[in-house]
Design a protein around this ligand. Structure first.
Ligand SMILES: Nc1ncnc2c1ncn2[C@@H]1O[C@H](COP(=O)(O)OP(=O)(O)OP(=O)(O)O)[C@@H](O)[C@H]1O
Length: 242
């Protein structure tokens, strides 16, 4: 059974159908990479899954519940997490404090911080290990490197119990070393989480993807392994713009 099932998903922006009858499933623990030329509808697809954009039609089922008409915050509470390109960490707070804020179900960051006793901090150890930040718990987030900031944001999604994590170009702006480390983190993460990743860096996609979906003009163009996708004539044509 699919962890997430998207069926005949559509959205119109005025006269433009940005996503057009998209159907695909993602299994639990799978890393699905979403590829396609500029304007193909990849980011909009993530928006439709997390609820940032409401669909014109079609279905999104997560853990066997229809979520496509829910608000974004309701989907987040149900375990759909979205990492945006611009990180939303609190720069003045430490790594551990950021996780406390993310984990807190009550509104307001001060409530979360007053509960952050030293022993309370230990509960974040397994999460920080997942993203390789276990030695950085007390570092102020503003002092983290670009890569570490991205990993902290992933840790925050884990802390708020996201089980499906959607990411838009997670390696953008990273060094080669940070990109390689991110690939390792994703492989570890996929033991417990399902990932959908929009990414242009093909060597990264080759390292992490269990399966690939290629979109073109809002629709699904091809689906398969990296070898299948690279040999696909329709994909080559779409990228060359013929
Ligand atoms: N809120 C919006 N209102 C109107 N048009 C939009 C909106 N969001 C996206 N679009 C349009 O929908 C189409 C798909 O955009 P989208 O950003 O999903 O593509 P993409 O595949 O992520 O492209 P890129 O690789 O360049 O980020 C584009 O033509 C874009 O201009």
């Amino acid at each position: 059974m699919s962890h997430l099932q998207v069926t005949d998903l559509r959205v119109d922006f005025g006269g433009l159908r940005a996503v057009d009858g998209l159907t695909f499933g993602v299994k639990k623990g799978e890393i699905l990479c979403l590829l396609g030329p500029n304007g193909a509808g990849k980011s909009t697809t993530l928006d439709l899954i997390c609820g940032k954009t409401q669909p014109t039609g079609g279905s999104v089922r997560f853990e066997d519940v229809e979520i496509s008409r829910m608000f974004e915050f309701e989907r987040a509470r149900r375990g759909v997490g979205r990492k945006f390109q611009v990180p939303s960490v609190y720069k003045e707070l430490t790594v551990a404090e950021n996780l406390a804020v993310a984990q807190s179900r009550k509104p307001g960051i001060w409530h979360a911080l007053t509960r952050l006793s030293h022993s309370g901090r230990d509960r974040f150890e397994p999460i920080l290990e997942k993203v390789g930040l276990e030695k950085r718990a007390d570092v102020v987030a503003g002092n983290l490197s670009h890569g570490e900031t991205q990993w902290l944001e992933i840790a925050m999604l884990i802390a708020q119990d996201s089980r499906l994590i959607l990411m838009d170009e997670p390696t953008a702006g990273m060094t080669i070393q940070e990109t390689a480390r991110t690939a390792e983190i994703f492989r570890t993460l996929s033991k417990s989480h399902t990932l959908i990743v929009v990414e242009h860096d093909m060597s990264f996609v080759r390292t992490v993807a269990d399966r690939i979906i290629v979109m073109n003009r809002g629709a699904l163009l091809a689906e398969g392994s990296i070898t299948e996708i690279e040999a696909n004539e329709d994909v080559k044509t779409a990228y060359l713009g013929h």
